[in-house]
Design a protein around this ligand. Structure first.
Ligand code: UDP
Length: 404
């Protein structure tokens, strides 16, 4: 494919990151990419939008292509009953309950088999994301490294489910997890790579005040009071009800508007019910919106006085890093990846309960100087640790380790 088109469209390149990462890092990453430029890589996940995996893949695959490595992305096709089963599996891997029976197992394995038949995977490196497409490996003669990239918080998985899935996982050449504390007792080597963000995407690029105002007014989001915002799929682990409860307590001391924005991914059939349950909340100062609008996400994270990510489980919260990049103070649940993204009271705040969250909302809203210093530290953390070039380099290093 041509890297430029006549109408000015072009692939992203490592050079684009030069002002953010410096020339030494840019040259190093480009040289590593050059060494792998004859490879053909494929990623498989289960949704084209909604959720962090799709967000990462949409940027990383383009940057890899921009650096000269042919990198593809296929999405598993499944009916809602398949995704209902895989969502239960996802929940159980994060510590929830599951009643996995033969019927569910048959549907899971059959849908993945049907996808395998249509996929014709014959690549040099195969990267399979999360549990949905995991059994694909059963259906190919293995000629190249297969890597399972698991994005969930795997610190307390359901043991029976993990034991069943291990039959697939242990056929892979490597498992990539976000953190060492998610490591499991598996025969497959485990590696650790934290996700990252694309600072030039619609979700993260710079916006003018006018553009922010336009997006907020499009959704009738009032800006007369400070905004408290949480942006997340409607998922019980994101604890949207906990955010509402914390906001109600905080509202006794400070005036603000709470905006909860979420989307519903095609591989997450629980989202609609959770959204509808939250809609019962009819207070004027609490807005709950279900919409997929990356520019709105960007505008809200930029305009918010405080961004919440009060998750109860979180492999790695991309929304946390996105908001930190915009200089927002993030109040995050003291769990999973968030604990490693936020250094408490330095570049954000970690909380353990609704009451704690309420207290911190009040504190941040009352202290503009704190917002400024923490916001500045937050952006710098992202610049040094969580940009897409660092993620790409980690992948290049891992892939190079399989090269003869
Ligand atoms: N997101 C979005 N619209 C929404 C909610 C989320 O575009 O209404 C994006 C968000 O900006 C982030 C991703 O979806 O890029 C969510 O990733 P995260 O790691 O925070 O959570 P996940 O959904 O993967 O559990």
């Amino acid at each position: 494919m041509q890297s430029h088109t006549p109408n000015g469209l072009r692939l992203p390149t490592i050079q684009d990151y030069l002002p953010l990462i410096g020339s030494e890092a840019a040259q190093r990453i480009q040289a590593k990419a050059q060494r792998l430029s004859d490879l053909h890589i494929i990623n498989v996940n289960s949704t084209y939008y909604g959720g962090g995996v799709a967000e990462i893949l949409s940027s990383l695959t383009l940057l890899m292509n921009g650096a000269g490595i042919r990198t593809g992305w296929r999405v598993l096709q499944g009916r809602p009953d398949f995704f209902s089963i895989t969502k239960k599996m996802h929940n159980a891997l994060q510590g929830g309950e599951i009643h996995f029976n033969d019927l569910k197992q048959d549907i899971y394995e059959e849908v993945v088999f049907e996808n395998a038949a249509r996929m014709h995977i014959d690549h040099d490196v195969i990267i399979v994301h999360d549990p949905q497409p995991l059994p694909l490996i059963n259906h190919f003669r293995k000629k190249a490294p297969w890597i399972w990239r698991c994005h969930v918080d795997l610190s307390h998985p359901d043991p029976e489910l993990l034991s069943y899935l291990s039959g697939f996982i242990e056929q892979y050449d490597a498992v990539v997890l976000s953190l060492p504390e998610y490591a499991q007792n598996l025969s497959t080597p485990q590696r650790f790579i934290m996700p990252a963000i694309n600072p030039f995407s619609t979700t993260n690029k710079e916006l003018t005040d006018k553009e922010i105002d336009e997006r907020l007014s499009h959704y009738d989001i009032p800006t007369d009071l400070p905004l408290v915002v949480q942006i997340s799929r409607f998922d019980k682990w994101k604890d949207p009800q906990g955010v509402i409860d914390a906001f109600r307590i905080a509202s006794k001391e400070v005036d603000a508007t709470l905006v909860l924005v979420g989307n519903i991914a095609t591989d997450d059939p629980e989202g609609q019910d959770i959204f509808e349950a939250l809609c019962g909340c009819r207070e004027e100062r609490i807005r709950v919106l279900s919409v997929q609008d990356s520019a709105l996400v960007n505008a809200l994270q930029r305009r918010a006085a405080v961004v919440m990510q009060k998750s109860l489980k979180e492999g790695f919260g991309l929304t946390v890093t996105e908001a930190m990049w915009k200089g927002a103070v993030v109040i995050g649940g003291n769990v999973g990846g968030i604990k490693h993204q936020i250094e408490d009271d330095v570049n954000g705040i970690l909380v353990d309960s609704v009451e704690d969250a309420a207290e911190q909302i009040v504190r941040v809203l009352k202290d503009p100087a704190l917002r400024k210093t923490m916001g500045k530290a937050a952006r710098e953390t992202v610049r040094t640790r969580f940009l897409m070039t660092r993620l790409m380099e980690d992948w290049l290093d891992l892939i190079a380790s399989f090269e003869p």
